[in-house]
Design a protein around this ligand. Structure first.
Ligand code: IMP
Ligand code: MG
Length: 328
C-alpha cells in the first residue's frame, strides 16, 4: 500500500488541481481521494485541451482512476449531481469510477441558505461551515442516509485495507493557510487542510511516500480580511495571473510571497516535493519581490529570486518551478 499527498501550502488556488491531474496521468494510482472540504473548492483542470472546473469530484476521473470523496469532506448532493452531469456531457466516464465515502457528511439546502448572507469572513457561501458545524455537533447527515447518493457509496476500510496493490493519491482542498487550526483564525475554512487530514480518510501514515506541497511564486487570498497592499502593481498581478475565484468569480487579493510562511508550511506538512507555480506571471510583471524575516526583498531577476528561495529551504526537498502556461 502506498499513498502520495497533494496539498496547498498557501491560501488555496495554488493549482493543486493541475498537479493532481499531472500525477494521475503519470504515476499509475489505483485511487484518487479528496480528503477535505466541500464545493467551496474550485479545481481548474485542463484535460485534452478542454477546461474543467471541478468542485467536489477528484481529478482522477479524467484518467479513469477510481475517484473518491472521502469522509473528511462535506458534500452537496445538488452540486455533486450538477458536476456529474457536466463531466458526463463532456464524455468523461463516471460510472464505476466515482465514489463517496458513506461516512462523509452532507451539505443540506438549509446549510446553503444559511450562508447566503454571510459577510463576516467572506466565505464561498457553499454551506461548508454550517455542514461541518452540524457534523461536530452530532446533528449532521451522513452521505449513507441520502437515497440519491446510494449508488456512489463506498466503505474505505473495505476498499483500502487488505489489498496490497492499493496506491492512493490524496488530493487536498483549500490550503494550509486556510486550515481551521493553523490558518489566520477566524479567516479560515472549517476543515483541516494539512497532511494529517489525509490520514483521517482510511489512509495509514505508514503508506506515505511523497508529500507534494503546492505554492505560487506570489500569494493570493480570497475573503474578508485585508491582504493586498494598496499598490497598483498588485492589480496588474491579478490581471496577468487571472486571479479570480474559480468558485465565486471574486477577485483574489494579491501579495508577494511570504517565505517564512512557506518554510513553516513545508515543515508542518513534511513536504518533500515542492511545486512553485506561475513563474511566467511574475516574469511578465517584471518585479521579483518576496517577504523574508519582515523585510521586503526585491531581486534583479527571476533567477536570483528562485535561487534565494531554494537556498532558504531544506536541501532534501525537491523543488519544481512551473509556469501557468504549461497546461497539462
Ligand atoms: P468557506 O470555506 O467557504 O467557509 O470560506 C472560508 C474562507 O476560505 C474564505 O476566505 C474563502 O474565500 C476561503 N476559501 C474556501 N475555499 C477556497 C478555495 O478553494 N480557494 C480559495 N479560497 C477558499
Ligand atoms: Mg481554487
Amino acid at each position: 500500500m502506498l499513498a502520495d499527498v497533494v496539498l496547498g501550502i498557501q491560501h488555496g488556488d495554488e493549482a493543486k488541481g493541475k498537479v493532481t491531474h499531472y500525477l494521475s496521468k503519470n504515476k499509475s494510482y489505483t485511487h484518487v481521494l479528496r480528503f477535505n472540504g466541500g464545493c467551496n473548492a474550485g479545481h481548474t483542470i485542463y484535460h485534452e485541451g478542454r477546461k474543467f472546473v471541478t468542485h467536489h469530484i477528484p481529478a482522477g476521473v479524467f484518467y479513469g482512476i477510481k475517484s473518491i470523496i472521502g469522509p473528511g469532506c462535506v458534500i452537496s448532493p445538488e452540486h455533486f449531481f450538477e458536476e456529474v452531469k457536466e463531466l458526463q456531457e463532456a464524455g468523461i466516464q463516471i460510472h464505476g469510477k466515482l465514489f463517496i465515502a458513506k461516512n462523509a457528511h452532507v451539505i443540506t439546502g438549509t446549510h446553503l441558505q444559511e450562508e447566503l448572507g454571510e459577510t463576516k469572513i467572506g466565505t464561498t457561501k457553499r454551506g461548508n461551515g454550517p455542514a461541518y458545524r452540524d457534523k461536530y455537533a452530532r446533528r449532521g447527515i451522513r452521505a449513507s442516509e441520502v437515497a440519491s447518493l446510494s449508488s456512489f457509496m463506498i466503505d474505505l476500510y473495505e476498499e483500502f485495507h487488505g489489498d496490497t496493490s492499493v496506491k492512493v493519491l490524496c488530493e487536498g482542498a483549500q490550503g494550509f493557510g486556510l486550515d481551521i487550526d493553523w490558518g489566520d483564525y477566524p479567516y479560515v475554512t472549517s476543515s483541516h487542510c494539512g497532511l494529517g487530514s489525509a490520514f483521517l480518510n482510511g489512509i495509514s501514515p505508514r503508506w506515505l511516500r511523497d508529500v507534494w506541497g503546492v505554492a505560487k511564486i506570489y500569494e493570493t487570498y480570497v475573503g474578508a480580511k485585508s491582504f493586498e497592499p494598496d499598490e497598483p502593481v498588485f492589480q496588474t498581478l491579478r490581471t496577468l495571473g487571472e486571479e479570480y475565484g474559480a468558485t465565486t468569480g471574486r477577485p483574489r487579493q494579491c501579495n508577494w510571497l511570504n517565505l517564512n510562511e512557506l518554510q513553516k508550511n513545508v515543515a508542518l506538512n513534511s513536504v518533500n516535493k515542492l511545486v512553485i507555480n506561475k513563474l511566467d506571471v511574475i516574469r511578465e510583471l517584471g518585479q521579483f519581490s518576496l517577504y523574508h524575516n519582515s523585510d521586503l526583498i526585491t531581486f534583479a531577476s527571476e533567477k536570483e529570486m528562485c535561487n534565494y528561495i531554494v537556498a532558504q529551504l531544506p536541501n532534501n526537498i525537491e523543488i519544481f518551478f512551473s509556469e501557468d502556461k504549461n497546461r497539462i
